[in-house]
Design a protein around this ligand. Structure first.
Ligand code: GLA
Length: 387
């Protein structure tokens, strides 16, 4: 389905596209709500992707079609802020113009196909913006480096659409390597690729987080407020994630609720993600899995970003003997990541038991089955053939 961006372009605009590119969705292994606090994250790209096919258009005009809405939307992206997914593409165009990497005269026709589910915690917007940045810059004859693509996509979403996201989703969509996780330190943007063992399952609750943009920005504001207060204790503090772990009693004294809980999550999650990356690199999957459970508990209790459906799945995975499980992405709905040992993967008995117990527990509580798939850690943004 997603490979048909070229065909959709032809069918819609009556000519062949000039360039196409794709970028993946992502699953974050650990380090949740740490990116915009200057901490580490450890995502993998998954096999679902967005594909964007592009061709020249009228100056200043974006003509866009996607299989999701099926009709052509036409916007002058220089005027005001468009609504819906056009806002993301308009943001990408603005940023490419600023970099000198936009198609001549700054207009384009765009066709999008995607199998990244929207609002499921898999970063569909970053898959779209990174793929669009790559396709449109190729149309302009400019080869942007992966970090430049991530920067364009990040500023499109953060500065133009107004979701105060961190940089994780765009960086993994641009820099991912097959079968590897990406340890990204979000304050320095230092990266390390880490081969991953074990088998990863994704269990989608089907709960879509319509309200998440609001809740997400609220959490960010709470983190900013916590930093402002903690500067009284440590004037040079820039990022919440940089608060020294040894000073937790001081943090607790300095902050009222809910800022205290939010900050405790960020500081704890920062330590867990760094330790987790070391464990993963050394193949210590069992201890890594325990950290995933701890991370979920911290998201639930301290950051208050879980949902009953997510908790049901994590509890069932633990009862069934999975090495680890946690909500992945912003939370409030979306999906749970489950880690199984190497021997449990494929058609192993361990996997079958975990899947069955999760299905049964979820069906008993909610009267329907969650979608369960295997995560295949994949590569980042790439050029696609134009057909
Ligand atoms: C969303 C944001 C990311 C990150 C996660 C939470 O996916 O886009 O930048 O903050 O939530 O870890």
């Amino acid at each position: 389905m997603r490979d048909n961006a070229s065909a959709l372009f032809r069918a819609t605009f009556g000519v062949a596209p000039r360039a196409a590119a794709s970028a993946p969705g992502r699953v974050n292994l650990i380090g949740e709500h740490t990116d915009y606090n200057g901490g580490p994250v450890l995502p993998v790209a998954c096999a679902v992707r967005s594909v964007v096919a592009v061709g020249p258009g009228e100056p200043g005009v974006l003509e866009m079609v996607s299989t999701r809405d099926g009709h052509v939307t036409r916007i002058d992206y220089r005027e005001g802020r468009p609504s819906g997914w056009g806002a993301y593409l308009a943001g990408v165009m603005h940023e490419l113009v600023a970099l000198g990497a936009a198609p001549l005269e700054g207009g384009a026709r765009v066709a999008v196909t995607s199998d990244v589910p929207v609002a499921a915690g898999l970063a569909s917007s970053a898959a779209l913006t990174v793929a669009a940045a790559k396709a449109l810059s190729l149309l302009a004859g400019v080869g942007l480096r992966p970090r430049q693509l991530a920067g364009v996509a990040f500023r499109a979403e953060h500065d133009h659409v107004g979701v105060r996201c961190g940089i994780m989703d765009q960086m993994i969509a641009a820099l991912a390597r097959p079968r590897q996780a990406l340890l990204l330190e979000c304050a320095s943007l230092a990266v390390r690729h880490i081969p991953i063992g074990g088998c990863l399952l994704l269990v989608d609750t089907g709960v879509r987080r319509e309200l998440a943009a609001g809740a997400f920005n609220e959490r960010r504001a709470e983190c900013d407020a916590a930093v402002a207060r903690l500067k009284n204790e440590l004037p040079e503090l820039q990022w919440l994630a940089s608060w020294p772990a040894a000073w937790l009693p001081r943090l607790k004294r300095a902050l009222p609720e809910p800022l205290r809980s939010r900050a405790l999550h960020v500081v704890g999650e920062t330590a867990r993600a760094r330790f987790g990356a070391q464990l993963l690199a050394r193949g210590h999957l069992k201890r890594f899995g325990e950290l995933l459970y701890e991370s979920h508990e911290s998201c639930r209790r301290l950051y208050d970003c879980s949902a009953p459906e997510l908790d049901t799945i994590v509890a069932a995975a633990r009862r069934a003997g999975a090495l680890g499980a946690r909500l992945t992405g912003a939370g409030w709905g979306g999906a749970v990541l489950v880690l199984l040992g190497q021997g449990d993967g494929g058609r192993g008995k361990g996997e079958a038991k975990v899947v069955r117990e999760i299905r049964d527990a979820f069906a008993a509580a909610y009267g329907r089955e969650p979608a369960i798939s295997t995560v295949h850690p994949s590569g980042g943004a790439r050029r696609e053939a134009v057909r």
